[in-house]
Write a protein that binds this ligand. Sequence first.
Ligand SMILES: NC(=O)c1ccc[n+]([C@@H]2O[C@H](COP(=O)([O-])OP(=O)(O)OC[C@H]3O[C@@H](n4cnc5c(N)ncnc54)[C@H](OP(=O)(O)O)[C@@H]3O)[C@@H](O)[C@H]2O)c1
Length: 284
Amino acid sequence: MRQKTILVIGGTGMLGKPVAQQLKADGFSVRILARSVEKARSLLGDGYEYVQGDYEDAESLKSAMQGCDGVHINIKGGPSEADYDRADHLGVKRIAEAAKTVGVGRVTLISAYAVSLEKADTPESRSKVKGEAALKSNGVPYTIFRASWFMETLPQFVQGKNISLIGKQIHRLHWIAAEDYARMVSKSYQTDETLNKEFYIFGPEAHTMGEAMEIYAKYKGVKVSSISTKMLSVLGLLTFNIELKSLAILMGYYERHGEDGSPEEANRLLGAPKVTLKEWCKKN
Ligand SMILES: NC(=O)c1ccc[n+]([C@@H]2O[C@H](COP(=O)([O-])OP(=O)(O)OC[C@H]3O[C@@H](n4cnc5c(N)ncnc54)[C@H](OP(=O)(O)O)[C@@H]3O)[C@@H](O)[C@H]2O)c1
């Protein structure tokens, strides 16, 4: 059988790299679209086809997609409202349009668990809702992965000897390891049952963010400290730090919105995630 070729856009990213690696391990031919081929090669190594390109440029997208059976989108916007729209909405739209023109068999997209029109009350969530809608209305076969919080994000909250719990995070979340998610994305390319669907990707256990940070803190020898979203926002304003302001908005969003949807269909078709937070902490 002919080896299928999948183009990964954002293959150097935190959540794109494990997908590229898993696709390769599962026997796909993996092409990486990268702004810097040198950087991508140094991160991913041999065994990939690298093409220089930019998702802002429709021509480079179409040329990179020639001969591809699928395109996986792993891109990220922010912290400004305009930049979320540029990436999560217009970037996804442009990639979907190029895929339709070239006749790619399917487009897969990472999204987030709380992405829905009713909950879209922040720049990032509004852009993601628009991006999903653009992909779904375009006509190219798609699969969307609405993933929960990734365990890989926990180190991003560490500063020195502390891990910061931002806001009142009361919702219990099914923390997911990137390796489980990557396996599920790759599996989705192995059956047509996954076409034109959105999957909720939830890890095996639920913990509030505070509980997850306590587990992480125990393994990594750090202490959990707390800050309100309001205080973080004020800090962002005082220091002219748009990243802090944007983080306060993001964490406010997760204070308000918990998980919805069910992982049942994803688990049945793609195999349920197995890696627990404790196992992940031990390994990483
Ligand atoms: N954090 C979570 O728990 C969570 C949960 C669900 C969903 N998500 C979503 O997952 C997505 C991916 O996140 P991530 O952490 O993997 O992001 P990331 O590490 O920032 O990766 C973004 C990727 O996009 C590439 N890129 C940026 N601009 C590009 C351009 N103009 N042309 C081509 N490639 C470009 C980057 O490549 P270079 O910079 O190397 O060029 C990089 O590979 C985000 O949308 C995020 O919201 C996150």
